[in-house]
Ligand binder design. Structure first.
Ligand code: G3P
Ligand code: MG
Length: 348
C-alpha cells in the first residue's frame, strides 16, 4: 500500500523547523508498522516540514535500509534522510585506510559490505575468522555453514587486527565475544596469539575499539524491551576487566553521542538550508526529536539543544503521565502522531 501525500496543490513554503524521527519503538515495532506512522508523516508532508530518520539500528547500507523502510512503511524515504548508528563511522575509513579492521555484528557479510561502502579497504569479520579457524568457537550455532565463504573474504584473517568496530547487534554473541576478546588480548593483533599475564597487566589494550550504538535495550513487537548492542558491550567490559584487571577502553558512536548529532545537523543542512532572518543573519533552526528511549533519543536531543518528545510506544513505558526521571523530555506524548500534532501546534 503506497500513500501519496503530495496531492496538495497549494505551494506551502518549507517550514523553518525540522523533525528527527527515531525508528524502532516510534514508527515500527519489529515487523509491525505502528498505525500512527502514516498519519504523522502525512501531517509533516502536508505542512512541508523537513524530516529525517536517526536510528541506532544498522547492519546494512543506508540505501538498502531506506529501501526496506520505504517498502515497509509505504512512504518513499530517501537514503539522504536516513542516519544509521554506523553512518558517522564512515569518517574513520581514512584514518584506518591501511589497517585491517575487525568488523562485528549483523547477518552474514552485510556489515562487511557497509564497511567497504564507507571506504574501509581491509576487513575481517568474526564469521571469516571462524571459517578459517573452526575451533575458535566450537560450540557456535553457526559452525556448519551450508555455503562456504568465498576465498576473497578470508585473506585478511591472518593479518593482525588493527582496530575493532562493532557495527551492529551480534547474531552469535558467544563467538563474537570470543573473537573480539582474542583480538583485544592478542600480541600485536595476531588472532591466534595471546599476551602474557604480565603484558596484559602493563599494556592491557593496544587495539582500539569502537561501538556504533550504546543502547542497552530496544523495542520490537515483544511486550518488553530486548537486548541491544550496549548489552553486548557490557558483557565484553566485564570479561575484559576480569581477564586483565583493567577497564575496557572504547569510543562510542550513535545516539546520544555528540558526533552523531553533529552528523545529523549536517544532514539537516543538506535537506533544509537554514533560513535567513530579517537581520540577514542565519536563523537558529528549531529541531524536534521524537524518540522512545530516554537514554538515547532524549538525552541526545536535550544535550544538543533540540526539543525532545518522548513517546510511550517503545522502551519508555511509564505508569501514568510522568516524565523520565533522569532525562526528562520537553513533552511526553502517547505516540508519534501525538508528537507531530504537538510540534505543529507549537509552531503555528
Ligand atoms: O539496537 C537498537 C536499535 O535498534 C534502536 O533503534 O531506531 O530505536 O534508535 P532506534
Ligand atoms: Mg527507538
Amino acid at each position: 500500500q503506497r500513500h501519496n501525500f503530495s496531492s496538495t496543490t497549494q505551494i506551502i513554503p518549507q517550514a523553518h523547523y525540522s523533525v528527527v524521527f527515531d525508528i524502532d519503538g516510534v514508527l515500527i515495532k519489529g515487523k509491525q508498522v505502528l498505525p500512527q506512522t502514516h498519519r504523522a508523516l502525512g501531517l509533516l508532508q502536508s505542512n512541508n516540514v523537513p524530516y529525517i530518520f536517526l536510528t541506532n539500528g544498522g547492519g546494512l547500507k543506508e540505501a538498502d535500509k531506506a529501501d526496506q523502510l520505504s517498502k515497509k512503511i509505504g512512504v518513499h524515504i530517501s537514503p539522504k534522510q536516513l542516519i544509521l548508528s554506523h553512518s558517522p563511522m564512515r569518517e574513520l575509513a581514512q584514518k584506518y585506510e591501511d589497517s585491517n579492521v575487525l568488523v562485528v555484528g549483523g547477518n552474514g557479510s552485510e556489515c562487511r559490505h557497509v564497511a567497504e561502502h564507507y571506504g574501509f579497504k581491509h576487513i575481517t569479520t568474526p564469521e571469516e575468522v571462524h571459517a578459517v579457524f573452526p575451533s575458535v568457537c566450537p560450540s557456535s550455532a553457526h559452525e556448519a555453514r551450508s555455503v562456504p565463504l568465498a576465498e576473497k573474504y578470508l585473506q585478511n584473517v591472518h593479518r593482525p587486527v588493527e582496530a575493532i568496530m562493532v557495527f551492529h547487534d551480534s547474531v552469535d554473541w558467544g563467538r563474537d565475544l570470543q573473537v573480539v576478546m582474542d583480538a583485544l588480548t592478542s600480541r600485536d593483533g595476531y588472532l591466534n596469539s595471546v599476551k602474557t599475564q604480565k603484558e596484559l597487566h602493563t599494556t592491557p589494550q593496544t587495539v582500539p575499539l569502537y561501538f556504533s550504538n550504546s543502547d542497552l535495550v530496544w523495542s520490537n513487537e515483544y511486550p518488553t524491551p530486548r537486548f541491544a548492542q550496549g548489552t553486548f558491550r557490557t558483557c565484553l567490559e566485564r570479561i575484559f576487566e576480569d581477564k586483565t584487571g583493567h577497564k575496557l577502553q572504547y569510543t562510542l558512536y550513535g545516539k546520544p553521542m555528540t558526533t552523531t548529532y553533529q552528523y545529523a545537523e549536517a544532514v539537516l543542512n543538506q535537506i533544509a538550508p537554514v533560513h535567513m532572518g530579517p537581520d540577514g543573519m542565519p536563523r537558529r533552526r528549531s529541531v524536534y526529536a521524537i524518540g522512545d528511549n530516554p537514554y538515547a533519543d532524549i538525552a541526545g536531543a536535550n544535550g544538543y539543544g533540540w526539543q525532545s518528545l518522548l513517546v510511550k510506544t517503545g522502551v519508555f513505558q511509564p505508569e501514568g503521565d510522568e516524565n523520565h526521571h533522569t532525562h526528562p523530555a520537553t513533552a511526553v506524548v502517547e505516540d508519534v502522531e501525538d508528537a507531530v500534532r504537538w510540534i505543529i501546534s507549537r509552531e503555528i
